[in-house]
Structures are given as structure tokens and as C-alpha cells.
Design a protein around this ligand. Sequence first.
Ligand SMILES: Cc1cc2nc3c(=O)[nH]c(=O)nc-3n(C[C@H](O)[C@H](O)[C@H](O)COP(=O)(O)OP(=O)(O)OC[C@H]3O[C@@H](n4cnc5c(N)ncnc54)[C@H](O)[C@@H]3O)c2cc1C
Length: 394
Amino acid sequence: MYDCIVTGGGISGISFAHCLHKAGKQVLLLEKDDRIGGQIHTKTLANTDFWYETGAHTCYNSYVSLLSIVDALGESGNIRQLNRRYTYKLHTPKGLKNIASGLYIPGMLLHAPRALIVGKKGKTVREYYRCILGSRNYDHLFSKAFRAILSQPADDYPAEMLMKKRDSHHENHPRSFSFAGGLSAMVNTIAAKAGFPVTASATVKNISHNNGLYEVTAASGETWQATSIALATDPSSAAALLHELEPELAALLADIPMFHSESFSVVVPAKWLTAERMAGIIPLSDDFFSAVSRDLTEHPDLRCFTFHFAQGAKTDSEKWEIACRTLNIQPSDVTGHSLTTHILPSLRIRHLNMTAQVANQKKSDSIYLLGNYFKGLSLEDCVQRSMEEAERFC
Ligand SMILES: Cc1cc2nc3c(=O)[nH]c(=O)nc-3n(C[C@H](O)[C@H](O)[C@H](O)COP(=O)(O)OP(=O)(O)OC[C@H]3O[C@@H](n4cnc5c(N)ncnc54)[C@H](O)[C@@H]3O)c2cc1C
């Protein structure tokens, strides 16, 4: 019998379980995949120590909640600074160019002063940034750049949730960083060092509540009992699990659209890649959303680019063609590749105050909802929500 069963082993579930375990609570974490991490998914090239990110890739020293966990577990020494010399490049019909080459300067100069008087509140990304950057700059360049930041189309996303200013920074840590072995190594280390039990390959299928106890049932038929439950899944999975326990809350969560993407990574020996080292690529076309490079944690012999696509938008052979054409390489130059899938909420203006909306709709105090649909998509937003809910629990 547990004090809390956490469903979902991404950063939200792991950070919440860590906080409860630290407070002396009996906590169990259940994850449907055979690995923890969720949208953090580092892969390693077979028979080498060369790792690359297929999902989340960058943390910042403004991620103070995440850093407080890493520091408390004595893992600061494994933080790896990202090379800030390298920048994103623009993929144009004429090849890779500097981002500034895509700017329409007169439009910038004309519209930029509006930033002083126009607020983001209640506006979509498209409404706000078209206003302060000009429609030509937004449509041609920034809509593509913001799509790369959000890993999904950005037009209808709330402007307030894009590029949020954070109050504090951890000056002792590098401005942008990863972890030795990649971000999956970070979440694996947090879970292992924190020491709470994790059951992987356990898809939660049903949660019932009788006589003050929750019974959590996995697809395998195995069951566990607890006095509280936390759902740290994507909102659509949480809605399905709450369908009978809290129908109104389930309906609120089911209203959040989900965006499914595919990430195609190619590992190439550095000697075959003529393109200079860079942070990643933003295309002017709709061929792909962005390509994230592994160059920021430089490797002398190997380079990797992960191309992000909307799920089902391209066939496998089209993905190969786009990656090879963009990087100016042949398929035979590729020494390793992988395809992973990702899922993110597509938040809209009506989801701006999900914290209050969930609190108003939720009937039971012993259900905790965590994830990237409260404060924002970033890892820090997830950890902050988890820490606040852990505080409520304790
Ligand atoms: C391509 C991409 C790049 C990104 N880059 C960055 C970045 O550089 N920096 C940054 O800060 N953020 C980045 N993000 C955002 C960030 O990675 C995510 O918002 C965050 O990892 C979400 O964490 P989470 O724990 O809330 O959800 P998830 O990571 O989605 O975890 C939810 C977990 O629940 C599990 N689950 C679902 N249903 C069940 C069930 N029924 N039973 C058991 N388990 C279940 C899933 O398998 C999953 O492991 C990126 C996201 C993507 C997709």
C-alpha cells in the first residue's frame, strides 16, 4: 500500500515522486514504456558512447527548480555546458544561411516600437508577433522559428507562454547545459539516486476508488493500492484514466488538442559533413519543423542532426531525402539513424489558466495532476508544477 502512485515517468512524474520520497512518503512510479523520461529520449549509436537527443535537448540556468534537484542529489558535476558559439541556421532554397538573412529590416524597424505598447495578454503568437515584427517577417521567418521552439505549429499558441522571462538564474551553472550522457542520463540518475520504486512497461489502464483507497490496474492485470494518485501523463491519457472518477475534469483535459511528432535522427562522420558546426536548422519551407544538432556538445569524429516532422506528414523515404538534401550528404554517409515519436499538448488561449481551471473542476483532494499543460512546455515548467503539487501533498 502506497501513499501515492504516480502514473507517468517523464520529468513531471519523476520530480514529483522524488519530492514525495524525500518527504518520507511511500511512492510508486508506473511508466508504460520500457524506459523512463517521456519526451526526454537520448539515444546512443550502437557500439559507441556517442549519444544524441531525439526529444528535449537544452536546459538553462534559469531552470532553478530542476537544478535544485540535480544539486541536492550531488550531481552538479555531471552538468555539461553547451557551446554557445554555435547558432541556428536558416535552410533556404540557396542552402544554409544566417538567420538574419531572412529578416525584412524595414518591417522590423516600422513595427518594433509597438512592443512598448502592445502586450502579449490574451493574444496568440501569430497576433502578437505579427503586430510587433510585421506580417512579412512573421510569416516568412518567425512563424518557422517559433515552430522550432515549440516543436509544433506556433500560430495559435498563447503568446504569454512563448519565451517566458524567468525571475531567477543559477549563476553557478552554465547558461545552457545538458548532462553527461545526455538528458536521459539525468532523469535516470535522478530516479536511481532518489531511490523511489519505478515499474516500467506498466501501462495504467484503470483507476478505481473504493473505501478511501485507489486501486490502479495495469494492462497486464497487476494492481496496486494507494491513498492518493498522481497523473503525470499527457492530458489526453489523464482524461481517459479520469473518465469515471472525475468526468468533468476528464472533459476539461480532453479539450486540450495533442500534437504528435516524429523525430528522425541521422549520425554522420564529421569528415563527410561540409556544413559548419551549428546549433540546428530552421527551414523556410514546410519540409520539416526544425533540425537539432548535437554539435553543442562537440564530438571530434561524429555529428548528428535530429529532424522533427509532424507525425504522418512524410514517408520514411521522404524523411531520408529531406535529411540528406538539407545536409548535402548521401544516405551511404549515414552511420546510424533512428526514428522516435513525441507527443505535446497544443495549448490555446482558453488553456492559459489551467491551474485554476483544474483546481475548480477537481472534486477529490487526493488526485494530483502534473505535466506540461499548466505553466508551459519546458522541463522547468514541469518541475515547478510538480514541486508545487508535492508541497500541497506534504
Ligand atoms: C522534440 C521536443 C523537443 C523539446 N525540447 C525541449 C528543450 O530543449 N528544453 C525543454 O525545457 N523542453 C523541451 N521540450 C518539452 C519537454 O521535453 C516536455 O514538455 C516535457 O519533457 C514533458 O514532461 P512530462 O513528464 O510532463 O510529460 P512526458 O515526458 O510526456 O511524460 C509522460 C509519461 O507518461 C507516460 N504515460 C502516458 N500514459 C501512461 C499510462 N496510461 N500508464 C503509464 N504511463 C503512461 C508516457 O509514456 C510518458 O513517459 C521538448 C519536447 C519535444 C517533444
